[in-house]
Design a protein around this ligand. Sequence first.
Ligand SMILES: [Mg+2]
Length: 386
Amino acid sequence: MTNRLIAHVDMDAFYASVEQHDHPELRGRPVIVGGTRRRGVVCAASYEARVFGVRSAMPMYEAHRRCRDGIFLPVRMARYREVSSEVFRCFAEFTPLIEGLSLDEAFLDLTGTPASSDALALGRGIKACILSRTGLIASVGLGTNKLLAKLASERSKPDGLLHIPMEHAATILDPLPVTAIWGIGPRSGAHLEQAGIRTVRELRLAPEPLLAALFGNQARFFKSLAEGRDERPVGGDTCERSISHETTFERDLSDWHPLVRELRPLTEGLCRSLRRHDLRPHTLVLKLRTADFRRHTRQRRFAPADNTFAVLWPLAETLLRDWLREQPGLPLRLIGVAARDFASTGQLPLFGDAYAREQRLESAVDTVRERYGATAITRGMPARME
Ligand SMILES: [Mg+2]
């Protein structure tokens, strides 16, 4: 896992910027997007509105109070989704290894991609692609791992571009509060504070027995984060290597017919990928993401291993039918189908020697772009260390 290159891309004031882009007369003005009901909250504030102290998640009445001349707009989720798919299509031009965190934020694993020796040039390329396709500004942070990439985009916002090399990690991380680390949430932060550990430096230098008492077997994980080391893989939510095809919808779907219509071509694509790489899986996984961004999976193991549509499609259909029976009417924003537990002698795509890997990446990206747009292929990796 050494010498990786990871990018964290985050659109600046996303919903508000989409509104300013679609309505040029709003550019340069304080735009606040949020719930229009009395108890609504701010979903996004343009930088012009932030000057007045307006922030995301603030009650709308408070935003009105702070920014009397603000332009208050309702949320147009369908439009933001549309722009988001464009943004993710840009990502797919750089790598198939994408982990979307929300509509406007993702990690990209750029390791081994062309020009990965020049991190900043790649970052500029991503920003330029997004700007030309959507007219919007993204901030891009780069580093050898997710922790540094995320920190880099946060520190360089807005219109940011920053690469944090490993050798600078300690200098930058040390003075920060522990909760500045992606992976240390408010709860862990409170635990640490009770033990007198507030800054990353204090965490880095904390005696291991103390950390072990606080976090048990996670102690080493936290300590390595404090040292700027982070082996969490991009898209690393699966337990093993896998191949998957997935698609994000323009509008949330919750009914059998439209969902089956999406799932069928994904399963066909999956079977094609499996055959191309001579892989026969023992397990089929249905991946779902609900409108609140929670991921769900349902899986079925079968024998003998197989990669034909005739075998995999009935399984995929059954998994979907069972899900809908369990969770009727739940709005979904993504559906995918993945295969794992391979029995074949074939080579896993996206692994192996650098040249062959690059070839495979390219054909993978072509497939993705031709058929599905956005984040259609991900590589599964060993379970994260948390
Ligand atoms: Mg953002």
